[in-house]
Design a protein around this ligand. Structure first.
Ligand SMILES: Nc1ncnc2c1ncn2[C@@H]1O[C@H](COP(=O)(O)OP(=O)(O)OP(=O)(O)O)[C@@H](O)[C@H]1O
Length: 260
């Protein structure tokens, strides 16, 4: 039995597939569309990244190749300083390679204007960080609703979608709690609800379990598995934690800016 089968928190409820994805999933029975859906969501081709530090060039990424397929959970593992966050930032269009190219859903990120890259990031990608990045004076529900307001989501959907996402991460009964009234694991689950609320294709998570004990970390991984199924999302995350690697579809190990 895979680890994630053991991890499901009783609070994490099954959820029906949200309306906009029903059509995509129905279409998936068509063989032509199955073929299409297996095209990578991310392709990384010979990516290098150097930084200028104190007049010297620091070569951090040294020829990265990777491919992420739709609905995969991919992990980047490696020691501190090996370059995981640098790569994750580039996958989300937050930074640009010094050499090489990154394609997101077939589109070369570095050829987009800043404005289009920002719009793509806002509409199609969700981010989760080690520190949960929640607004302390807002309830869980208000935090999620705020992210819907900031994305291009019609106002009539905000209320229901925020509640749906919080149910999905097992916080249906804690929607009106503020962050300080929630445990670290619960706050991270609010951050997940917030990151998926606008229905991104790709979720990028930088050490999402780093501040959590092993049980809470396992709950977060169970939530990730659940949202891949129900929300049709693809997840790429960094980790130091060897106990969660089993949950991944693919693990890339990074040593000194290269995969081994
Ligand atoms: N903007 C920058 N300017 C200069 N150096 C940078 C910059 N960003 C990252 N680095 C350097 O690149 C290297 C890799 O950093 P990165 O944060 O990608 O590592 P990491 O594997 O994510 O580490 P950790 O697990 O500790 O988060 C480090 O030596 C870091 O100091």
């Amino acid at each position: 039995m895979e680890l994630h089968d053991n991890l499901v928190d009783s609070e994490i409820q099954d959820s029906t597939v949200s309306e906009p994805y029903k059509e995509e999933i129905d279409q998936a029975s068509n063989p032509d569309i199955i073929h299409k859906s297996l095209e990578p969501i991310l392709e990384v081709r010979d990516v290098h990244r150097s930084f200028q530090v104190g007049g010297q060039s620091l070569h951090v990424l040294k020829g990265i190749h990777m491919e992420v397929l739709p609905r995969q959970l991919v992990m980047l593992k490696g020691r501190s300083g090996s370059g995981k966050t640098t790569l994750l930032n580039m996958l989300g269009g937050l930074d640009q390679p010094s050499e090489g190219e990154i394609l997101f859903r077939g589109q070369m990120l570095h050829t987009l204007s800043d404005k289009r890259r920002t719009a793509l990031r806002r509409d199609q990608i969700g981010f989760i960080f080690q520190a949960y990045a929640l607004l302390p004076l807002l309830s869980a529900w208000e935090n999620v609703e705020l992210s819907l307001r900031m994305a291009s989501v019609p106002p009539r959907e905000w209320k229901e979608r925020a509640a749906h996402c919080l149910n999905l991460v097992g916080l249906g009964k804690r929607m009106h709690h503020r962050p300080f009234e929630l445990s670290g694991g619960e706050q991270q689950r609010v951050a997940i609800a917030k990151a998926i609320a606008h229905r991104p294709h790709l979720l990028l998570a930088d050490e999402p379990t780093a501040n959590l004990d092993s049980q809470m970390g396992a709950q977060v991984m169970a939530v990730f598995r659940n949202i891949i199924e129900t929300e049709n999302v693809t997840i790429c995350m960094t980790t130091h934690d060897p106990t969660i690697l089993e949950v991944a579809d693919h693990v890339y190990e990074m040593v000194d800016g290269k995969f081994v």
